[in-house]
Every structure is written in C-alpha cells, then in structure tokens.
Design a protein around this ligand. Structure first.
Ligand SMILES: *[C@@H]1O[C@H](CO)[C@@H](O)[C@H](O)[C@H]1NC(C)=O
Ligand SMILES: *[C@@H]1O[C@H](CO)[C@@H](O)[C@H](O)[C@H]1NC(C)=O
Length: 397
C-alpha cells in the first residue's frame, strides 16, 4: 500500500437527486435513489443489477425509440481482442506482509489470513485474491532456498483461495518495495540473479497451475534508475518461464509505488519493452495501484477523487501502445460516504474498460481487523463492511 503523490486532482461529484448524472456516474441499480438520467452525450447503461452507469454515447432512451440518425449510429463498439484473463474482481488478503516496511526491511509479525474469508467472498462472485508475503519469510537468506516451514503456511492459504471458487485466480505478491533490508535490487541491494532465484523457486512450485498469477514486486518506489528496474523485471520474468511456468500471467510493476498515474510517463516506456520467453505480450500485464484520498496515500478515511481521469489516461496509453492491459491490484477507501461513492465510480470505470483494465483487488481484508482504516474484512457476525457492499460488490464480475 501507500502511494504518496505531491499533487492531487480533485473530482467534484454532482449528487443532486434531480440533476443529470455526469459521465461515469451511477444512474441506477438496486438501492440507488439518485438521478437516473445522464448528461448529454452519455447513456445510462446497466452493468449489473446493482449498478448502472453513465457511459459515453451509450444507451438510447428506453422509452420512445427514435429513428437512428447518422450522428448517433457511430458509437464505438465494445472493446474486443483476446484477454488471457476474464474480468477479475476481488480483494487483497493481507497477513504474511505484516511488518514488511517500505524500505524492504522486515520484522516477523505475520498472521495467516483467515481461510473462511475466501469462501465468504467467493460466494459473492469474487474471482481473484492477492496474497502478499514478505520476501524474508519465503527465503530467509537473500538468494537462498525457500523456507519449507513458511511455504507450508503460505501454500495452505493459496490452496484455500484456489479451492474457494473453481474459477478463482490467486496473485502471489512479494511485498518488498523492490528492496531487501533497505537496499534496492540491482541498485545497491540484491543482484538480479538473487531476485530471479526467488521467482524461479516459487514458480517451480506452481508451474502447473494456470490460475496462479505472479505478482513479482509490490510498489517499487524511489528507484533511481527505472531502466535498470525494467532489467530486474525482465530477470524475474525469464526465471518464471525457465521454471516451466509458461501459461500464467505475470504482473509487471512500475515506479512511484506502482502508480497508475505515473505509469505512462515513468515506467511505462521501459516496461513496454519487457519480453516474454513464452511468446507475445498477452501474459505480461502491468500492475498498478491507486488510492482515492487527499494525498493519494491510502491512509485516510475520506475520499476526494474517483480517479476516472487517471484511469482514462492510462487506458488511452495502453491502447495506443499495443493494446496492453493493466490490473489494479491495490485501491480502497474508508468507511465513509465519500469513499462509497468514489470507489464505486472508480471500480465501475475499471469494469467498463475491460479488457484494457482487466480487473481489481481491493486493499484489504485478510488478517486486518475491522478497525483498520481501509478494512473490508467481514465483521465477526459475517456481515460485510458498508464499503464492500456499496462500492465493491456492485462491480464484481
Ligand atoms: C541505468 O540502467 C541502465 C541499464 O538498464 C544503464 O545502461 C544506465 O547506464 C543506467 N543509468 C545510470 C544513470 O546509471
Ligand atoms: C462504519 O460506519 C458505520 C456508520 O457510521 C458504523 O456503524 C460501523 O461500525 C462502521 N464500521 C467500521 C468497521 O468502522
């Protein structure tokens, strides 16, 4: 988690019941009491029973069909093209990353994410879980062998996630900020070979499971040489394929805490050049994060943007650079009406931009308790957090 941006784009939401809904705003769905008409140029489009959204050019008025005129017949078709993944929506299951610091140091206060949460969420349609772990837990010495004690714990959790839904994907996320104990991979810290060795060992364990996704690093930040970081990414990709894991998606993270906003101008140009020994680029998906609070850090209860402009810019960039894809593996908000609205709008935008945006995992459930500021951990009585029911559930697959 946590991306701290120097500047913030505020989004002014129009929420009057009578007003026409702005582009990308909600305009209908179960429990919705706001406006149901959209501004000129947008149509209210049903995405699922819980959520209708004002989308560009979409949806003629449902009453009185009019004769199509040349000016309204050319609306852009739904995105096509092959996506290795279906639309994926789900949640982070934190615990093995507890006390992973942003400088890559680690003190073991890890907790197993409660396994009953996997079926709880899967029953609602969740088809992806991201399970962070500290590098130091997986290989206690840098470049050394996997700890069989930790791997048993981790794999028990991974299997519970896979078994919760026959279509569920699991992201294995090394939560180390491109670092080991304060030093950056290949830039003063571990060598690329030591980093790649982690992934060759982990990939060998899961080489035959096509529902595993390799999240090769959480939130690189303050990386002096992004070109060199892309070389580290390439080393991990090569190691995963060399271990026989050729069918799976690999998530490639950029700089500035895997910022979705910075991607087109910082890491994007370098990560576009990473190649896949398994062929093509459809299994190399960019890993992006974005929060919605005033300093974009994911540490405040209130939300001040729905990030639609950021994601529209990212979508444009990905489409114009070989129709590549990105997955939003961290986003979230507090237990506040501003976040219910903003996160719902953000995730609806992600969903409506599949396959360019292939899906999301919200931060966070798992071993966080229900007092954590961004919690979506279910309550002890099994009920869900309001943020989950208001913003996430409507946008699940
Ligand atoms: C950054 O890393 C690249 C390797 O990808 C290297 O060629 C280049 O010299 C480095 N730049 C600096 C300023 O060190
Ligand atoms: C969320 O807010 C509601 C209403 O203020 C409150 O009843 C509930 O306990 C809060 N939940 C959490 C997890 O803080």
């Amino acid at each position: 988690m946590k991306y701290i941006a120097p500047s913030v784009a505020f989004f002014a939401a129009a929420v009057s019941v009578r007003a026409q809904q702005p582009l990308y705003a909600q305009c209908g769905g179960i429990g919705w009491s706001g406006g149901t008409t959209c501004v000129s140029g947008a149509g209210c489009t049903k995405l699922n029973d819980y959520y209708s959204q004002c989308l560009p050019g979409a949806a003629a008025p449902s009453s009185s069909p009019t004769t199509p005129s040349p000016s309204t017949t050319g609306s852009s078709p739904a995105p096509t093209g092959s996506s290795v993944l279906p639309f994926v929506g789900g949640v982070n299951m934190a615990g093995y990353d507890f006390s992973s610091a942003t400088d890559g140091s680690f003190k073991d206060t890890s907790v197993d994410p409660p396994v009953n949460q996997f079926s709880h969420f899967a029953q609602q349609g969740v088809n992806i879980f991201r399970i962070p772990f500290a590098w130091q837990l997986m290989t206690p010495t840098v470049g050394g062998p996997i700890s069989s004690t930790f791997f048993q714990r981790y794999d028990r959790t991974v299997q519970a996630a896979l078994n919760s839904n026959p279509n569920a994907y699991v992201i294995l996320d090394v939560h180390n900020y491109a670092r080991w104990n304060g030093a950056i991979i290949s830039q003063g810290g571990p060598t690329n070979a030591q980093y790649a060795n982690l992934w060759s060992q982990v990939a060998a364990k899961y080489a035959s499971n096509s529902r595993i996704i390799f999240g090769i690093m959480n939130e690189p930040h303050d990386v002096p040489n992004i070109s060199a970081w892309a070389d580290s990414v390439q080393a991990a990709v090569n190691a995963i394929r060399a271990a026989g894991a050729n069918s799976q998606v690999i998530l490639l993270p950029g700089s500035s805490w895997a910022s979705a906003q910075a991607f087109p101008t910082e890491a994007g140009p370098y990560l576009l050049k990473v190649t896949d020994p398994a062929g093509g680029t459809s299994k190399l998906i960019f890993d992006v994060h974005k929060y919605l609070d005033s300093d974009n850090s994911g540490t405040h209860a209130d939300c001040s943007t729905n990030n639609v402009q950021v994601f529209q810019t990212l979508v444009n960039y990905l489409k114009s650079n070989g129709n590549r894809q990105a997955l939003l593996s961290e986003t979230g908000g507090g237990n506040t009406s501003s976040c219910f609205t903003a996160l719902r709008e953000e995730l609806a935008f992600v969903k409506s931009n599949f396959p360019t945006l292939v899906g999301f995992t919200v931060w966070s459930a798992g071993a966080f308790d229900t007092t954590y500021i961004l919690t979506v951990t279910p309550n002890p009585d099994g009920s869900d957090q309001p943020l989950w029911t208001q913003a996430v559930r409507p946008n699940l697959p």
